[in-house]
Design a protein around this ligand. Structure first.
Ligand code: ADP
Ligand code: ASP
Ligand code: MG
Length: 460
């Protein structure tokens, strides 16, 4: 059966790519040029730094400092109004009144629920998308701002909601197709969505990438282009490693491993809808559009060895030790069922073959409740002395070496740990994914940068 032709392209602009009026004008130019080739849907993030300001305002309001929160809102009003003025377009202040009311509510109750936090943080995208649409119209491109909450339905895990594709995809098509067929370029708010109950939700920090991938999957797009402030996906975070190199092609699997283990350039959940619909994700630099960037697709570059190094800070290493653990069945399963009950994500897990030690790495913020749950789960074993106490060490970072070509290439692990040892970094715990597409290990947070730099020296 032949597949219908894929004509639409999704273009997402991150915060720095919409930082001020000249960046917005640049984004409008890139969109106008892309649209000459095929129908385009744009996705807008908040202007750079705006989401942080909103979250801080919500925290101020919670502490009863409404004056401070309102000052922040005023600074946002001034920033957006200035950009609109410079672009020669109208700025609609109505959303700011709703924001003020939400902050007043938080301040009055001195309570900031996850739900109201999502509402407050939604305003960045609700202000930026209309500005980009107006800039396009001004440049002669018919455009319309579209609120993603009219299309994307999620669960109610506020702060990190997951999209319900079955419900959302038809809505996306119903809302965007008529605009596209009448030659209008939709500019969709990134990051935000709505729960079944109708409350505003967000897809997690950096979630606009995921909005773009979700729209791409619903519309069976030809490509999803993510415009950012670096040339593409690099072999390491350029803020940590000066010689980080551009990776022109990555497989979905490599991109998933890299973003899961901390490569901030792409939101990890964005990879999933792209894989399912086989849509290439293209990461490009809006400051240097002449560079082709990184294409993430089914097949990477091939090649052997390590392609990239990543790191996730802010972790905690938990370990269960005890001579008596050998022979107690199902310890790992019990550990996992305890973390699953709490909804804590286990970033890394390893079990010594002697079965005398289990180590897991979780976010530092989940430390107290996870330790309590494990102590409860293994109270009998602790009482009888077969398991010693549950130990916790923090802050920890997980460092990962990623590359599809690592599979079947002998000596990679030796290379990785020799490099880390040369930098005199102590490795606390090791895990290798069964895909053999990554080797990850925990180090003390203070050793994170040294470990990443040392490991980058052996990237192939
Ligand atoms: P945007 O606002 O466009 O979404 P982000 O700040 O979310 O941009 O992501 C881009 C940033 O990701 C880069 O400026 C870079 O510092 C960081 N980064 C971390 N790891 C990598 C990597 N491996 N390759 C490229 N950029 C990375
Ligand atoms: N504005 C949101 C954030 O700062 C989402 C995004 O930029 O992708 O996290
Ligand atoms: Mg981002």
């Amino acid at each position: 059966m032949s597949r219908p032709p894929r004509t639409i392209a999704i273009h997402k602009f991150g915060g720095t790519s919409l930082g001020d009026s000249s960046r917005i004008r640049n984004a409008a130019r890139l969109l106008a040029s892309a649209r000459k080739k095929r129908p385009v849907v744009a996705v807008a993030s908040a202007m750079g730094g705006v989401t942080d300001v909103l979250l801080e305002a919500a925290r101020d309001a919670e502490r009863g400092r409404l004056g401070l929160a309102r000052k922040a809102v005023e600074s946002l009003r001034a920033r957006h109004a200035a950009a609109a003025g410079e672009l020669g377009v109208r700025f609609d202040e109505a959303p700011l009144r709703e924001l003020d009311a939400a902050l007043q509510g938080v301040s009055l109750l001195r309570e900031r629920t996850a739900r109201v936090t999502d509402l407050v943080s939604s305003f960045g995208e609700r202000l930026s998308a209309p500005l980009l649409a107006a800039a396009l119209a001004k440049a002669g491109v018919p455009a319309r701002a579209v609120d993603a909450r009219d299309m994307l339905v999620t669960d109610d895990r506020h702060g990190a909601a997951t999209c319900d594709r079955k419900r959302s995809d038809p809505r996306v098509r119903r809302r965007l197709r008529p605009l596209l067929s009448s030659g209008v370029l939709p500019v969709v708010t990134g990051f935000i969505a709505r729960s079944l109950k109708g409350e505003t939700t967000t897809l997690g920090r950096s979630g606009s990438d995921t909005t773009a991938a979700l729209l791409g999957a619903a519309l069976l797009a030809r490509e999803v282009v993510i415009w950012t402030d670096v040339d593409g996906v690099l072999s390491a975070d350029p803020r940590l490693v000066k010689g980080a190199r551009l990776l022109p092609r990555l497989s979905y699997r490599e991109a998933a491993e890299m973003t899961y283990f901390g490569a901030k350039v792409l939101h990890f959940p964005a990879v999933l809808p792209a894989i399912a619909a086989e849509i290439p994700l293209v990461i490009r630099n809006s400051f240097r559009p002449e560079i082709k960037g990184t294409t993430i697709a089914k097949k990477g570059d091939g090649g052997s060895g390590i392609r990239a190094v990543t790191a996730v800070p802010g972790m905690c290493l938990l370990s269960l030790d005890g001579r008596g653990m050998t022979g107690i069945p199902g310890i790992a399963a019990r550990v996992f069922s305890a973390t699953a009950r709490l909804g804590v994500s286990v970033v890394m897990f390893s079990q010594a073959s002697s079965e005398q030690n289990i180590a897991l790495v979780i976010p530092e913020g989940d430390r107290a409740r996870t330790v309590a749950a494990l102590e409860q789960e293994f109270r009998w074993e602790r009482l009888t002395g077969s398991i010693d106490a549950v130990n916790a060490r923090a802050p920890i970072a997980v460092v990962a070496a990623v590359g599809e070509g690592m599979r079947g290439t002998p000596g990679i692990a030796a290379k990785v740990f020799a490099a880390v040892a040369r930098a005199k970094v102590n490795v606390e715990s090791i895990a290798q994914g069964s895909s053999e597409c990554n080797i990850s290990f925990a180090v003390a947070e203070e050793d994170r940068v040294a470990a990443v730099r040392a490991l980058h020296k052996v990237v192939g």
